[in-house]
Design a protein around this ligand. Structure first.
Ligand code: NAD
Ligand code: MG
Length: 387
């Protein structure tokens, strides 16, 4: 059998790097045919030399010539955001592993599904902003979405071959991030370095901040709503600081099935590539007796106002989650470079949501229009704010 051809977008990031480890272990099963990076030209070059893809995409056009020179004429070099979509549209592959960060990943997901390909989706923002449209593409075509996010991979594993009508609820676990027990009056002093210090997972900067505000969990509820056709009133969040139970499914006879393991993204990434098969993985094993106890708590919405805003935006539907995401991308970037305080992130989300009347997500353009207007509004708001 020929190896499965994989296009890996966001190859130089946290998920991209773990994905390369998974692919390296099974050269007879997997082959990389396309790679992308935003600005890390040298890292992309190193990966291209190792995996010998047919095409690469680099975010910064200025680096394209140097890449062409180093890689020779047998490798196609695409550039910029448009290049990501062109690579997906014009090259031959079986699975798109979308490990881009942010709404910039939507067009690649949509392009792959329109070509009826399988998408291993780490880029949760695709589903947050374009969930309704992606669902319609899945219903009308033969493309398939397999989640990489650990919670959704857990849910997929818990569902096994069960009947959808037997599912009563889906329970997503959240670590609670670094500020789960921080006194509320000390939230004002939170600096980026505090928020970047996640207790259980090592990830890219943006998702690490989203995990500290619990926007990440809010996004994951919206993601689960679309992936598993589950209404919002049957999606629950529980705080579980150890990050051992990756999520659970409750069935209509009261049985709850959980998927557990040490926190390591290589399992969900590998599973998304080999699904529905399982491949061996020699990572650290879970020793429950050594761990001693697993704890669970209700989320505290006064501590995490962003979680409530995300859930409300999800329920409002239409373009509301796209607005939520755009405001969050602007707010997180501003927090990371010191232009916005930690509590300001929730203020930016609230302002953006209060100023938007959602319309149905009939295609990419309507989402991108909402995204553009929100970035403008959020940017102005932050510029005029006293820190
Ligand atoms: P990261 O910041 O480490 O990597 C992002 C990748 O995307 C990099 O390769 C970067 O070059 C590329 N990129 C960034 N901006 C771009 C742009 N404008 N145009 C083109 N390429 C761009 O992020 P990550 O932690 O690997 O996360 C990737 C996605 O996976 C996110 O959607 C995140 O929410 C999701 N995710 C990550 C984890 C994790 O453990 N890291 C877990 C679950 C889900
Ligand atoms: Mg997750």
């Amino acid at each position: 059998m020929n190896p499965v051809k994989i296009v890996l977008l966001g190859a130089t990031g946290s998920i991209g790097t773990s994905a390369c480890n998974c692919i390296r272990r099974f050269p007879e099963l997997f082959e990389i045919t396309g790679l992308s990076a935003h600005s890390s030209k040298e890292k992309l070059l190193g990966l291209a030399e190792e995996f010998q893809p047919d095409s690469v995409c680099i975010g910064e056009a200025a680096s394209a010539d140097a890449l062409r020179k180093s890689l020779g004429t047998s490798v196609r070099v695409f550039t910029g955001e448009a290049g990501l979509e062109e690579l997906v549209n014009e090259t031959d592959f079986d699975i798109l592993l979308n490990a881009l960060v942010g709404a910039v990943g939507l067009r690649a997901t949509v392009a792959a599904l329109k070509r009826n390909k399988r998408v291993a989706l780490a880029n949760k923002e695709s589903l947050v902003v374009g969930g309704d449209y992606i669902t319609s593409l899945l219903q009308n075509g033969s493309g398939r979405l397999v989640p990489v996010d650990s919670e959704h991979s857990a849910i997929l594993q818990c569902l096994g071959g069960e009947n959808h009508s037997a599912v009563e609820s889906i329970i997503l676990t959240a670590s609670g991030g670094p500020f789960r027990t921080r006194p509320l009056d000390r939230f004002e002093d939170i600096r980026p370095r505090d928020a970047l210090n996640h207790p259980t997972w090592s990830m890219g900067k943006k998702i690490t901040i989203d995990s500290a505000t619990l926007v990440n969990k809010g996004f994951e509820v919206i993601e689960a709503h679309h992936l598993f056709a589950m209404p919002y009133d049957r999606l629950r969040v529980v705080i579980h600081p150890q990050s051992i139970v990756h999520s659970m499914v409750e069935f209509h006879d009261g049985a709850i099935i959980a998927q557990m393991g040490v926190p390591d993204m290589e399992l969900p990434i590998q599973f998304a590539l080999s699904y529905p098969q399982r491949l061996p993985l020699r990572t650290k094993r879970l020793n429950l007796a050594q761990l001693g106890e697993l704890t669970f708590f209700e989320p505290d919405f006064s501590r995490f106002p962003c979680l409530r805003l995300c859930l409300d935006a999800g329920r409002s539907g239409g373009t509301m989650p796209a607005v939520l995401n755009a405001a969050n991308e602007v707010a997180v970037a501003a927090f990371l470079d010191g232009r916005l305080g930690f509590n300001g992130i929730a203020d930016v989300l609230r302002l953006a949501l209060d100023n938007h009347s959602p319309v149905p997500v009939s295609g990419i353009e309507v989402v991108e229009e909402a995204d553009r207007k929100t970035r403008e509004l959020a940017g102005k708001f932050i510029a005029g704010m006293k820190k």
